[in-house]
Design a protein around this ligand. Structure first.
Ligand code: GCO
Ligand code: MG
Length: 427
């Protein structure tokens, strides 16, 4: 009798298991479109007609990723089971002799996002539910205030505060330099809004001129905006480690939420130099393609925030591993949210942000370009400086193939930076 029951019991489990049908990948489509700037999008379609989408945009190198996907990755995916996200990730990462790299990892990332999108649709659940559910009710955002002068920046910050933002990145033009990173000007020809730049524009950098502006910016910001707003700033890797250490010290009285990309950390020990001199919180990671680039920064607690993006660090699967690792060392996540990451990446971040226990803040520039919204149909809402995740199954975002086809790719580059004597510098 007992063996009969055990037999029946295990049999019914077995039968339940069998009901999870294989989701054969039938087609992998790749689109490169330009609704105001270039985006690379992947669409994976299963035999059952269920599809998922992913972002593979690598600013200035879009066609390299599109070729990687079309030529090298798509043919290996046809016929595989879309359910096996982890195995497909390992197959594309470990299974290939040549690991990591921005082109490769952006391609893997897009496939991974599309597979999570499919899994959510099949389960009829938003992706965050598959990641363990909500750790918070909404996602804190930081907005950008970029000005032609300090007072212009602070005017823009005041307008954002009126909209309800409680965390603002402040960037202002550097007197004496023709162009400053992050400042739009009236030309509307700043990289964030680029349509096409057939050749890389060149810019000049001066650390001395920058220091003269930046400390004054935060002094005036505290005087004018009070002590209840979180301020952030992106150095965009222009300083050496000891210069970063000095800047961190000079900014301590103004209590930054974080100082981003103060120095390059190809040599991860650079951050030890900065860390030992300043208590200004440090953030880095938007260009990282894997956990290996931030491993020692995190485990030595030389940074406070890790800014990897789903599109560049290997998708939702990889972002989740980075977040969990960072959590062991009190490092919180603050994903990159520049306009060259498509709304699909933003949607992926929303699911990660709402679920990760150690999420801190999401960079947010908004998607208020009409063409862009024709191509990408997103579903989240923003209120009082916070974003609310979509409860639609999957990632909660859709892609209009026809709208995308009507807006073809245009070659475009990021700028190149030089010192005043002509030496190539970090842009
Ligand atoms: C940020 C970033 C971006 C990058 C851009 C490059 O913090 O938002 O630094 O502005 O420059 O993503 O493609
Ligand atoms: Mg940045």
């Amino acid at each position: 009798m007992l063996s009969y029951l055990i037999n029946r019991f295990s049999k019914s489990f077995y039968q339940i298991g069998v009901r999870v049908k294989m989701l054969k990948i039938e087609q992998v489509k790749v689109f490169v479109c330009n609704p105001g700037r270039n985006f690379v999008t992947v669409k994976i379609i299963t035999e059952q007609g269920i599809y998922g989408i992913g972002d593979a945009t690598l600013n200035g190198r879009e066609m390299a990723v599109a070729t990687m996907l079309e030529e090298h990755i798509a043919p290996c995916l046809i016929g595989r089971d879309a359910h096996n996200i982890e195995d497909i990730w390992q197959y594309l990462y470990k299974g290939v002799y040549w690991r990591k790299g921005p082109v490769n990892m952006a391609a893997i990332a897009a496939i991974d996002m599309a597979l999570w999108d499919i899994k959510g649709k099949v389960a009829n659940l938003p992706v965050y539910q598959l990641l363990g559910g909500k750790s918070r009710h909404a996602v804190n955002l930081y907005a950008h205030a970029n000005g032609e002068s300090i007072s212009d920046t602070l005017d823009k910050a005041e307008a954002l505060i009126k909209q309800g933002f409680k965390a603002i990145r402040l960037q202002a033009a550097i007197p004496g330099l023709a162009v400053t990173y992050g400042v739009l000007g009236d030309k509307k020809d700043y990289f964030e809004l680029q349509g096409s730049r057939p050749l890389p524009p060149e810019e000049t950098w001066s650390t001395k001129k920058y220091f003269a502006m930046v400390v004054e910016l935060f002094k005036q910001a505290r005087e004018r905006l009070g002590d209840q707003i979180d301020f952030l700033h992106d150095v965009h890797s222009r300083l050496t480690p000891i210069e970063s250490a000095r800047l961190g010290k000079l900014l301590e009285p103004y209590d930054l939420f974080f100082l981003e990309d103060a120095s390059i950390a190809e040599n991860q020990d650079n951050y030890q130099v900065i860390r030992q001199h300043t208590t200004t919180p440090l953030a880095i990671g938007e260009t990282y393609n894997s956990i290996w680039e931030c491993k020692s920064l995190i485990q030595n607690q030389h940074i406070d925030f890790i800014r990897t993006a789903a599109t560049h660090a290997g998708g939702i699967t990889a972002m989740r591993r980075i977040a969990d690792f960072a959590n062991l060392f009190n490092v919180r996540t603050a994903p990159h949210g520049a306009p060259d990451l498509s709304p699909i990446c933003f949607a992926a971040h929303m699911h990660l942000n709402i679920s990760a226990p150690n999420f801190a803040i999401q960079e947010f520039v908004g998607f208020d370009n009409e063409q862009l919204n024709q191509v990408f149909k997103h579903n989240y809402t923003v209120e009082s400086g916070m974003a609310f995740v979509s409860d639609a199954p999957g990632l909660g975002i859709d892609f209009d193939e026809d709208a995308a086809k009507a807006l073809p790719y245009k070659r475009s580059y990021l700028p190149v930076s030089r010192l005043e004597d002509g030496t190539v510098w970090n842009w």
